[in-house]
Ligand binder design. Structure first.
Ligand SMILES: [Zn+2]
Ligand SMILES: [Zn+2]
Length: 234
């Protein structure tokens, strides 16, 4: 009974404030997530500067093996580990269109970026979906998250700068070895980015092949610096 559900949610919000997306307890008016659940999230504290891969806290130089050879981005920041309950929040956003999850995840990422000392980019570039996947899903979760962080960062979105040209298979369906080939040359950039500092925005970075392919495309379009912001890193 989706109507009844929505109606009861509306009444609940008016009477008690928004419900926490995780425990359904009362959440602050601005947040959709209660303070206890926020504190319990798997925050990612020590990670590779160039791809946000988790690294031991004790590591003095935070650059992973892959990035020592070829850095994915100039600076990368992921707010959270891709584990429970973050994987659930992201999966429900993508496949059940739970939009409050995009607000929560976008706000958490924005807080992390604002608190960091990273230089603000000129443009935010959400990882595009292929047109067919966008039609099926009805929205691009990376774009929803990027819209949420554009305000706090005071940075515009370049939504139509890049297209996903070749219809790639969903990365999660492929073996690790096939993933790189699957996304190579998958993106086409239509915007002249000469001299620009851009930041890729994604919900989750897994192997990093998609982000690497997009970064290469943005550099070919002239971007001088490419950063990476992700809600979660596997
Ligand atoms: Zn909660
Ligand atoms: Zn790295």
């Amino acid at each position: 009974m989706p109507f009844l559900y929505r109606w009861s949610k509306t009444v609940q919000t008016h009477l008690f404030g928004p419900a926490c997306v995780l425990c359904h307890g009362t959440a602050p008016l601005t947040h959709d997530l209660c303070a206890d659940c926020q504190a319990d999230l798997p925050w990612l504290d020590a990670a590779c500067h160039h791809c946000a891969l988790a690294m031991p806290t004790a590591a003095t130089e935070r650059v992973c093996r892959d990035c020592r050879r070829r850095p994915l981005a100039e600076q990368a920041l992921a707010a959270l580990h891709y584990r429970a309950p973050v994987d659930w929040l992201i999966t429900r956003l993508k496949f059940n269109a739970r939009m409050p999850h995009a607000r929560v995840l976008g706000d958490l990422l924005a807080e992390r970026i604002v608190a960091s000392d990273l230089d603000r980019p000129d443009w935010l570039v959400p990882v595009p979906l292929h047109a067919r996947n966008l039609r099926e899903r009805g929205f691009n979760q990376a774009e929803r998250i990027a819209r949420r962080i554009a305000g706090p960062l005071d940075t515009p979105l370049a939504v139509h700068a890049v297209q996903r040209g070749r219809n790639t298979q969903r990365q999660s369906t492929l073996a690790a070895s096939a993933r790189r080939a699957n996304v190579r040359d998958a993106f086409v950039c239509h915007q002249d980015l000469t001299g620009a500092h851009v930041a890729i925005v994604d919900d989750v970075v897994t192997t990093g092949h998609t982000a690497r392919a997009l970064a290469a495309c943005l550099r070919r379009a002239g971007a001088l610096r490419v950063d990476l912001y992700a809600v979660a890193r596997a």
